[in-house]
Design a protein around this ligand. Structure first.
Ligand SMILES: Nc1ncnc2c1ncn2[C@@H]1O[C@H](COP(=O)(O)OP(=O)(O)OP(=O)(O)O)[C@@H](O)[C@H]1O
Ligand SMILES: [Mg+2]
Length: 433
């Protein structure tokens, strides 16, 4: 085992040998041929291994390689049973016999290798000239697009991490785990499936690690029902048994796939950092767009979709001192919820509804800043993502930051707020807009 700060190592690997490389590291192939992430790298390939990743690296031919290890990086010889590269290659060779379009879904707990297996299979299929769509439904650790969305890519060149791919489709979900917005998640997934299922290309679906408990697996079953996979690959014995039992008598091939036993794990902070990086990739090169509230579709807004109340009406619902009326910028009601926006820096003491049934949702001007939104075109199709910069309730405009430069027909509001550094500030539990 080697580790240290910028340690340079030259390695000779016999044909068939597998080593485990953990980042940060770079690998230069001097001779022979390496297989990483299911893709072949002949000389003079140079690869960068992120500090958040480790890989089983196989010498397809006798190879010489130069490895530079950054702080915390390592090259190790795996012990018997730790590595899975050969098992994953076998799996792919069976898949490649399949002449019809493949539809593969990959299930497993966190850190089990779902994302890596997705990339591995995609590379293997691409190398044989097949057309592949990769769907990343992991809204928490989304690598193709950004968190809170389902991203689709159609890779044509080899890659070692889904983060290298460009999204060709982004479906907005709005939160970082399907359990917090199940309907939005299922709808987004269903849209992706319906748009891709008859493409004639292979489809590989990566999923999130929410697999504990029946509702988590019920969701996975629903995804299976929606995409009708040819193969379900499962990276855990327990989940495998559950899914296999639930698909008894179907034509779907449910396969237990071995997971790598020793991997670079990511802490909660690492995951937060990776999300921030993904947000800033898609949101840093943005323009500020003005949208007229009266002229756009707005999904998920309680405030703007409720019936607007002017001050004269409002005072029938809440006890509001006369001088405080000027501080109310916008008010609306739907059902038994009354939404109020107060001018920045103001507050109203003793704001109490006349009816016990009425719930007050008090929003402060500016609370909406940083709210993640999906951008829709005029036909309500997802076309991009953005963040709310501000709402001007006086002139009736919403200002959105987005890199989408086509026309905008509407917004879907998410449940995540970002700060200026694209860090998640909070999961939004109340309605802010
Ligand atoms: N064959 C392998 N050998 C060593 N490490 C590996 C191998 N395959 C994957 N890894 C590493 O294992 C870790 C977990 O893999 P991966 O990210 O694919 O899992 P995951 O199930 O998608 O996790 P999450 O649920 O967090 O998305 C990563 O650091 C990855 O680089
Ligand atoms: Mg993953």
């Amino acid at each position: 085992m080697h580790s240290g700060v910028n340690l340079i190592i030259t390695l000779s690997l016999d044909e068939g040998k597998v080593v485990r490389v953990s980042g940060p590291a770079s690998i230069e192939v001097l001779s022979g041929e390496l297989l990483i992430s299911g893709a072949s790298f002949p000389p003079p390939s140079k690869l960068i291994i992120s500090r958040f990743r480790s890989y089983g690296v196989k010498a397809v031919k006798r190879s010489e390689l130069k490895v530079i290890l950054g702080d915390g990086g390592s090259v190790e010889e795996p012990r018997e049973g730790e590595e899975v590269v050969d098992a994953w290659l076998d799996l792919c060779s069976r898949l490649l016999n399949y002449s019809k379009p493949l539809r593969v879904i990959i299930l497993g707990p966190t850190e089990s290798g779902k994302t890596s297996l997705t990339a591995f299979i995609a590379n293997q299929l691409i190398s044989k000239g097949r057309e592949v769509y990769v769907v990343d439904t992991d809204v928490g650790q989304e690598d193709i697009a950004i968190p809170c969305t389902i991203g689709v890519a159609r890779p044509t060149n080899k890659f070692i991490w889904l983060r290298e791919l460009q999204p060709i489709k982004i479906k907005f979900v709005g939160c970082t785990s399907p359990q917090y917005c199940l309907t939005q998640y299922v709808t987004a997934f269903q849209e992706v499936v319906s748009e891709l299922i008859n493409s004639g290309s292979d489809l590989i679906v990566n999923t999130d690690g929410w697999v504990t408990g029946p509702s988590a697996l019920e969701l996975k079953q629903l995804m299976i029902k929606l995409m009708r996979p040819t193969h379900v690959y499962v990276l855990s014995d327990e989940i495998y048994e559950y899914i296999r039992n639930s698909l008894r008598g179907s034509n779907i091939e449910v396969v237990l796939v071995p997971r790598p036993k020793v991997v670079r794990e990511r802490s909660r902070d690492d995951r937060r950092f990776l999300r921030q990086q993904a947000y800033s990739k898609l949101l840093s090169n943005v323009r500020r767009i003005k949208l007229a509230i009266n002229n756009i579709v707005m999904l998920g807004s309680c405030l703007l979709s409720g019936r607007r109340l002017d001050v004269n009406e409002l005072i029938n619902y809440v006890k509001l001192p006369q001088e405080a009326c000027n501080n109310v910028l916008y008010a609306s009601i739907y059902g038994n919820t009354l939404n109020l926006v107060l001018r920045r820096g103001t507050s109203v003491c003793d704001l109490s509804p006349y009816s016990d049934n009425l719930e007050l949702n008090v929003i402060n001007e500016g609370d909406e800043r940083g709210l993640l939104v999906g951008i829709l075109d005029g036909d309500l199709r997802d076309v991009g993502v953005g963040i709310i910069d501000s709402v001007n309730y006086v002139d009736g405009n919403i200002y959105v930051l987005t890199s989408w430069n086509g026309s905008i027909g509407g917004l879907i509001l998410g449940k995540v707020k970002l700060n200026e550094k694209y860090e998640e500030v909070s999961r939004v539990s109340k309605c802010l807009l």
